[in-house]
Design a protein around this ligand. Structure first.
Ligand SMILES: C[S@@+](CC[C@H](N)C(=O)[O-])C[C@H]1O[C@@H](n2cnc3c(N)ncnc32)[C@H](O)[C@@H]1O
Length: 292
């Protein structure tokens, strides 16, 4: 992968330059690993003969909602893609926790879909958000279905303990962003995760009965994908779930007006199609339900 930087690393490098340092250990994969980089008058030397100028680092600091990659000709570009098919702009957005001294502890990025973050980032971060979903959906006792790939965080986390994970993404352009995201790489490594492209509503209808031990359903909000909250869709989830299998359904903030009303409606429709033991999981902003 080409080097990727956010405002966190750019600020660290600019601070080191200001303090006349000639080298600094910095992450070029959004906080996953660190490398020692040499600083000079024009900028910073990167691996494989690449470099980045102080002016470009300044640009990155001023764009705190974007991650930037360094191209093979050492120019920088935002990690973002427009999907003409769905008329949506996807961009990788750094997240982090601001610490007392003004420094920032970087965590996995989220993706903005036409400006809306794909994960919870208020008072939490995408990793903690994913852990809460996985705690609610697990323990994993057989094959898992993940109905909405996104950046692949739930699929990747489930694959750490599940036998196998099948994950479905509607828009192939989302997977292009995943390819550029250091935190999504496990989606493309090994054979434990099967990726499918298409509408979960259509693809799940073609799957065999009683296939999955657990289902993680982390759809876009109700107003953007109402069919993924419909009784018809829930009936399909029920059908492909094994007897005594478990569904985790992310819904959104249970304290918000819309979160409350979607939870009530979804719970009623899940009951209608046969799900039982429906429980709210406030920690994970969702509900769990079981097949009889
Ligand atoms: C909230 S995100 C999922 C986040 C994901 N669980 C993760 O851990 O990164 C929802 C994703 O579902 C995708 N999506 C939207 N409609 C869909 C559909 N009908 N079928 C499958 N995926 C869909 C969106 O493009 C988006 O990437």
């Amino acid at each position: 992968m080409n080097p990727i930087l956010s405002h966190v690393q750019a600020q660290q490098l600019l601070n080191a330059h200001k303090a006349d340092h000639s080298a600094l250990a910095v992450s070029l994969d959004l906080g996953r690993t660190y490398v020692e980089l040499l600083l000079n008058a024009s900028g910073v030397e990167l691996p494989n003969g690449l470099h980045i100028t102080w002016l470009d680092l300044d640009t990155i600091v001023r764009n705190q909602n974007n991650c930037f990659a360094v191209a093979d000709d050492s120019t920088i570009y935002k990690i973002q893609e427009f999907s003409p098919e769905f008329n949506r702009l996807y961009s990788l957005m750094p997240t982090g926790e601001n610490m007392r001294n003004g420094a920032c502890r970087e965590t996995a990025p989220t993706m903005l879909i036409s400006g809306i973050p794909m994960h919870r980032i208020k008072g939490t971060d995408p990793q903690r958000d994913t852990k809460a979903k996985i705690r609610a959906a697990g323990p994993f006792t057989g094959p898992v279905l993940d109905t909405a790939t996104g950046l692949g965080y739930t699929a990747i986390a489930a694959a750490q303990s599940a036998q196998h994970v099948t994950t479905i993404e509607l828009d192939p352009v989302v997977l292009e962003i995943c390819r550029s995201n250091p935190w999504s790489q496990a989606l493309f490594e090994g054979s434990q995760i099967t990726q499918l492209i298409g509408d979960s509503f259509d693809l799940i209808a073609e799957m065999a009965d009683n296939t999955f031990a657990q289902i993680i359903h982390d759809p876009p909000m109700f107003s953007l994908a109402g069919h993924l909250y419909s009784a018809d869709f829930y009936a399909e989830l029920y059908r492909v779930l094994q007897p005594r299998g478990k569904l985790f359904h992310y819904i959104g903030n249970p304290e918000s007006k819309s979160g409350r009303s979607v939870t009530v409606g979804a719970s009623a429709r899940l009951t209608e199609v046969g799900f039982t033991r429906i429980q709210r999981r406030r920690d994970a902003f969702g509900i769990v339900a079981y097949k009889r």
